[in-house]
Design a protein around this ligand. Structure first.
Ligand code: INI
Length: 169
């Protein structure tokens, strides 16, 4: 966009040849499966081979960072996706789980350098979560699959620009 003398890295959302791990929380399972379907369909729709997508289920959102770190440390994946939903109850528990998963995912990304897309819904009620899991407000699984692909393409483009394809190439 704009001045052609300015170097830019165009968004590339082609997932061909990329490997992904998806960590998904079983808590609020009906929401999780909708998010997972959206993420999977988007990765495959963008060219990822189904064999190059691995899914790790964990009990709840609080466990997501630990599994994401273990997966990142294998160095088998170009990006990791995290999916789940935390729904506000009548106690401060919601805040602790939200803090744990957001801080934890950020730390995994910082410590490993591997993109970790954040797809954990944090909502006041189930309806808000359903709206964002294939309902009125789209599907967060789709959004974060695109973010994961884009980041998996961007990082090598920054470090080895000579080997990089153009936008969506
Ligand atoms: N885990 C979630 O993924 N979503 C929630 O809404 C939730 N609530 O409400 O408690 C939740 N709790 C479980 C937590 O993530 C851990 O699995 C548990 O504390 C064991 O470590």
């Amino acid at each position: 966009m704009g001045d052609s003398r300015v170097r830019s890295f165009p968004a590339n959302r082609n997932a061909e040849g990329l490997r992904f791990a998806i960590v998904v929380a079983r808590f609020n399972h009906p929401i999780s499966v909708r998010l997972l379907r959206g993420a999977n369909e988007t990765l495959v729709g963008r060219g990822a081979a189904p064999d190059d997508i691995e899914v790790a289920w964990v009990p709840g959102a609080f466990e997501i960072p630990q599994a994401a770190r273990a997966l990142a440390n294998t160095e088998r994946y170009h990006a990791i996706l995290t999916l789940g939903s935390v729904i506000r109850g009548g106690t401060p528990h919601f805040d602790y789980v939200c803090d744990g998963v957001t801080d934890g995912v950020r730390e995994v990304m910082r410590d490993t350098g591997i993109p970790v897309a954040f797809g954990v819904l944090t909502t006041d009620d189930v309806d808000q979560a359903l709206d964002r899991a294939g309902g009125a407000h789209g599907n967060k699984g789709v959004d974060i699959a695109l973010a994961a692909i884009e980041m998996a393409r961007l990082l090598p483009a920054i470090t080895s620009p000579e080997k990089t394809l153009g936008a969506d190439g």
